[in-house]
Design a protein around this ligand. Structure first.
Ligand SMILES: Cc1cc2nc3c(=O)[nH]c(=O)nc-3n(C[C@H](O)[C@H](O)[C@H](O)COP(=O)(O)O)c2cc1C
Length: 327
């Protein structure tokens, strides 16, 4: 997909997720086949006030390019200033978060609150367009609630303000992450605008991504929760492998992911991220829950890796036993 002058690569790509889609996760998703990725949300005001956390969230590596940095905010002035900073830091694209449903965010007029304040949204987008030479995108929801399904109206407004592409996660703010995402709304937005649309919501395989594109005509798909603990979801090659080769592929990806975490995060954050991601990788099998608990008690990275490897080897052993018994 082409957004402005940027080729986003593969049509299926990782969705932005706070505390998940950090540098190591974005890199491993890219290596598995994801197209361009988007950072976790960066709070505009925190960035302007030199918050260490916001500045760190905006970091990316040259090898990630092209990369979109996502801004969260509710005031045109601070959004424009923050966007300018991100542009100076070398962002290839700025994405505006118009979907975050968290109460304390919404109360400050940010995230999905923008879906019900169109004058403010127009003011923000227009001020961003003025300061940005790079592409500007937005990520929206279906609307605020079932009585206010205004994704089409918001998308048309954005197009008229010079936005280059839109991602639609069609649940409403009230739905948060419950119920099924009504894909029809993605199709409605595709029909209503002339800029590229990325669909998002409940996709957990390449086959489902292809189905979303076929049903809605969206040009690309973002996968969020379906990639947590499963970055190989972006790999066409993985899908075509036999069981043993898939196990080997997964183990290689998991160990590469852990190496990336250790390489790019400080010791404290690396341990937190290792435990969190390894617990997702410990998904099924006998004593998985017990192993996960053990994992969270680990004090060092090698200990955590050791717990995971014991789980992994035992799981393979159990599966072989089951396969042998089934004859
Ligand atoms: C843990 C978590 C964090 C998220 N953080 C963000 C975020 O920072 N910015 C954003 O636009 N969406 C965020 N989202 C929403 C996802 O990008 C995506 O729209 C949503 O999960 C639906 O897609 P899925 O069904 O593929 O998960 C987050 C979702 C989750 C589960």
């Amino acid at each position: 997909m082409q957004i402005g002058s940027i080729d986003t690569g593969a049509a299926v790509r990782l969705a932005p997720m706070a505390d998940v889609s950090n540098v190591p996760f974005r890199l491993i998703a890219r290596r598995c086949g994801s197209g361009m990725t988007t950072s976790e949300e960066v709070d505009a005001e925190a960035l302007i006030h030199e918050s260490v956390r916001a500045r760190r969230t905006a970091e990316f590596l040259p090898e990630e390019r092209p990369v979109a940095l996502q801004l969260l905010g509710g005031r045109a002035e601070s959004m424009a200033e923050a966007a300018n900073r991100l542009q100076d830091l070398g962002a290839d694209m700025i994405d505006v978060n118009m979907g975050c449903p968290v109460r304390k965010i919404v109360k400050k007029g940010k995230g999905s609150a923008l879906m019900r304040d169109l004058p403010r949204t127009a003011e923000i987008l227009s001020s961003l367009r003025k300061v940005l030479a790079i592409p500007l995108t937005i990520k929206i929801r279906g609307g605020w609630d079932d009585e206010h399904l205004n994704a089409v109206e918001v998308a048309q407004l954005a197009e008229s303000e010079g936005v280059d592409a839109i991602t639609v996660h069609p649940r409403t703010r009230s739905q948060q992450f419950t119920g099924l995402a009504p894909w029809q709304i993605i199709g409605d937005v595709v029909d209503a605008v002339n800029i590229p649309v990325t669909g998002n919501g409940d996709v957990d395989s390449m086959a489902e991504a292809r189905r979303m594109m076929a049903e809605t005509n969206c040009q690309a798909v973002m996968i969020g929760r379906g990639a947590m603990g499963r970055p190989w979801v972006f790999s066409d090659e993985y899908e075509s492998l036999g069981r043993e080769a898939q196990d080997e592929y997964r183990l290689n990806v998991i160990s590469e992911h852990m190496e990336l975490i250790e390489e790019h995060l400080d010791e404290r954050r690396a341990l937190i991220q290792m435990k969190k991601n390894l617990s997702w990788y410990i998904s099924t099998g006998w004593r998985a829950r017990f192993r996960r608990r053990e994992l969270f008690e680990c004090a060092t990275a090698p200990e955590a890796w050791d717990v995971f490897r014991r789980y992994w080897d035992l799981r393979l052993f159990e599966e072989e036993k089951l396969a042998a018994a089934a004859g």
